[in-house]
Design a protein around this ligand. Structure first.
Ligand SMILES: [Zn+2]
Length: 265
């Protein structure tokens, strides 16, 4: 029983769904993201939100997988600040959709003032809608990005119990380890391995830790979650720990939306 709490199924095939279910994945969460080319209007975002909330949800269900979404405007496109803020202003109805379980993924790409504006607007919206938040941390200058994210969360006095800071590394963990925020690890061939992630879990413990694949149209692996769980089992971690990290933790985080309840038995 596994959950992949961050995967972009929009860019994956039905074969992936089959393999994921056979490998034990019973539920996934798909955060809205950059599609590889930039949008030219809010409607382009809205059509995409509808697609992942409804079509992707059905496609997953046809392969026995529960599929839910995070809705948000990504940092990569935030330099188009007017377009981004206009999109955010019309996002309420998507955040109220029964398949939406969080605001995300939002955060920083190049840590610019425009990105911060779009990020803050969506944090405010998450507070208003009482939804958890999934935060994307930048690939470059990651440590500075995470430090700035933590400052903003504190300045805005957000409820840190309802926030997941994703894509952590050995460098960022000291910045979030003692905070109540949830900590995400992304197993991605060019960025982070299962082995390094397991070493960090061993070091920092299993509370509020989640592991995902972030699989998308890049060189990524939709089976990264089951492979990491298998590695932990091979290393003789107790089943209860594996269940906590790969099922109970992500379930508990997204359940704060009131719309995420994959069966426990
Ligand atoms: Zn992502």
């Amino acid at each position: 029983m596994l959950i992949d709490p961050h995967i972009h199924m929009f860019s994956r095939t039905t074969d992936d769904y089959r393999l994921m279910f056979a490998a034990g994945i019973e539920a996934v969460v798909e955060p809205a993201f950059w599609l590889g080319s930039s949008r030219t209007s809010p409607h382009s975002y809205y059509d995409y939100f509808t697609h992942i909330l409804e079509i992707e949800h059905k496609r997953a269900a046809n392969h026995n997988i529960l599929h839910k979404c995070c809705i948000g405007v990504n940092a990569k496109e935030a330099e188009e600040v007017d377009l981004s803020l206009e999109t955010v202003a019309g996002m309420d109805r998507f955040l109220e959709h029964p398949n939406c379980v969080a605001v995300g993924e939002i955060g920083f790409n190049n840590i610019t003032p425009n990105e911060e504006k779009v990020f803050r607007a969506q944090l405010e919206l998450a507070r208003k809608k009482d939804l958890p938040v999934v935060i994307h941390t930048p690939h470059f200058n990651k440590k500075a990005g995470v430090a700035r994210i933590m400052e903003i969360l504190h300045e805005m006095e957000l409820d840190l119990d309802r926030i997941l800071v994703d894509h952590n590394t050995e460098e960022t963990m000291p910045l979030v380890a003692d905070s109540p925020v949830w900590k995400g690890f992304t197993i991605y061939p060019t960025k982070m391995s299962s082995e390094r992630t397991v070493a960090m879990l061993k070091k920092y413990g299993f509370e509020r830790m989640v592991v995902n694949s972030s699989a998308d149209w890049g060189d990524s692996d939709p089976l990264a979650v089951p492979k990491t769980a298998a590695l932990m089992r091979a290393m003789r971690f107790p089943r209860s720990v594996i269940r906590k990290v790969f099922f109970d933790n992500p379930r508990e985080f997204y359940a704060m939306s009131g719309r995420f309840d994959p069966p426990v038995d």
